[in-house]
Design a protein around this ligand. Structure first.
Ligand SMILES: [Zn+2]
Length: 469
């Protein structure tokens, strides 16, 4: 449904002089320029939005740790579907899948076609259900206004003639493959996720409209953006990079809401928090989050005591394009560019230097720079990575290096020695590198030299379980 501002009722100042001040106020609010709630120019079909979204969502699912709690998932999914069903403009063309990423960073994003991801941090930060509904409604706005493929359309038009693009997009097969071949970045820093300020204004307008129809106060959407920016500045960098604040965000959202009230009247019921919202918050509070695990493990490390020995029972980590077994008394921590599997107290900070001795294993990706893209070898790329590591570990020394076969994939094993941040000690690292599409995945198994042999059987068992996708 198209709810353009031209369809709003005209206010007649002449109706009654007594009412003039009231109407004048509203009339001024209307002057804030609100875009019509319909998608912009787009070369893709809604079906292609779904196809492209599905292909990208598969990569997101492989890369990010997803929350598995069925109760929280059901709640977010039910809430999301209910809100999406109230969205204007062809909402039934999309699949509407809602997932929760197990990260305490405050973030939410939507891929084309209705694949919506909400970080647990966003649920935890929402002070009431209306605020959570607001952020989900905003993401649904990006979906129905097709901002991802609208941006992709603009990027494609900048580099190829329209007729050629139409013939390419008309072919069958993997859409993301074809677009990547045309030089469009569809990875996790994808153009599909970068919203312009205009797209933000439109997603806010749709979000306010959905909230209004659902019976939540639309102002809650503006409130959510305000409180997270004010209260958690260190956890919102990605959120505001994907959803840049348009000027006067709060004023615009409130204007949308008052427009809705004029057009449709006040909603009959005002929704408060559901029992399920309170339950979901309670559940999350009982499931350790990755960053609170991090805080707990460094707090419990005590004065340089070694962590407890690795358990022989193994769990499976799945994400970042790999799956690997790890001792069930270890914890998973995720930072912006790495996943770390560590024993409790496995990161021992040395206050004098700010450095830390770690036990455990880290997984990260490395993009070879000096070698031309797509045409690099493992040995050269590993040497490049070692040079990067040497910048912060000048005494890093290669003890031994040999080729490794990981379930049919060739890999390189490099044993390293370096100074430990613990005074007078050395650290030993086993670096395993393998190619993973355009990246090199690097796994570093870490222990103080004196402990390395004790950890070696655990490291070997982990390596044997490793699967790269
Ligand atoms: Zn946004």
């Amino acid at each position: 449904m198209n709810r353009g501002r031209r369809r709003r009722p005209h206010v007649k100042l002449s109706a009654s002089m007594a009412l003039a001040p009231f109407f004048l106020v509203l009339g001024m609010a209307w002057d804030v320029d609100t875009p019509d709630l319909k998608p912009g120019f787009n070369l893709f079909s809604p079906q292609q939005d779904v196809q492209l979204g599905k292909e990208s969502a598969e990569e997101v699912d492989r890369t990010y740790p997803l929350l598995a709690d069925p109760q929280v998932l059901r709640y977010v999914s039910d809430l999301g579907r209910q809100l999406a069903s109230l969205a204007p403009s062809n909402n039934s063309a999309y699949v509407w899948t809602f997932k929760v990423i197990d990260s305490s960073d405050i973030n939410a994003f939507a891929l084309p076609g209705g694949y919506v991801y909400v970080n647990r941090g966003a649920i935890e930060a929402a002070e009431n259900e209306a605020q959570l509904a607001g952020v989900i409604a905003h993401e649904s706005g990006h979906v129905v206004m097709r901002h991802g493929t609208h941006e992709a359309t603009a990027a494609l038009l900048a580099q190829a003639p329209l007729a050629l693009l139409e013939s390419i997009l008309g072919r069958s097969g993997s859409l993301s493959g074809q677009l990547t071949a045309m030089g469009l970045n569809l990875g996790l820093n994808s153009i599909l996720l970068k919203n312009s300020r205009d797209a933000e204004i439109q997603a806010d307008a749709v979000g306010a409209y959905i909230l209004y129809r659902a019976g939540y106060p639309p102002h809650a959407l503006a409130e959510f953006f305000e409180i997270v920016e004010r209260k958690y500045p260190q956890k919102t960098a990605q959120f505001f990079s994907d959803h840049p604040n348009p000027e006067d965000r709060v004023k615009r959202i409130d204007t949308e809401a008052s427009g809705d009230i004029l057009l449709y009247g006040r909603p009959e019921k005002r929704k408060g928090d559901s029992l399920e919202f309170a339950d979901a918050k309670k559940r999350l509070a009982s499931i350790p989050s990755l960053s609170s695990v991090e805080a707990a493990s460094s707090a419990s490390s005590g004065p340089m005591g070694p962590p407890p020995p690795p358990s022989s029972r193994l769990m499976k980590f799945d994400g970042y394009g790999i799956s690997i077994a790890y001792p069930d008394n270890w914890q998973v921590q995720r930072s912006e560019d790495a996943v770390v599997l560590v024993p409790p107290g496995g990161i021992i900070e040395v206050p004098e230097t700010g450095a830390a001795q770690a036990y455990g294993m880290s997984i990260s990706r490395f993009q070879p720079q000096r070698l031309s893209q797509g045409n690099w070898g493992l040995v050269g790329a590993t040497a490049e990575l070692l040079n990067v590591l040497r910048a912060s570990n000048p005494n890093l020394r290669v003890i031994e290096q040999h080729a490794l076969n990981l379930k049919g994939r060739s890999a390189l094993s490099t044993l390293l020695e370096t100074d430990s941040p613990l005074p007078g000690q050395k650290e030993r690292d086993l670096l395993v590198t393998a190619r993973q599409s355009d990246f090199m995945v690097s796994l570093i198994f870490i222990a103080p030299q004196s402990q390395f042999d004790a950890y070696k059987p655990t490291f070997d068992a982990m390596l044997q379980s490793l699967e790269l996708r």
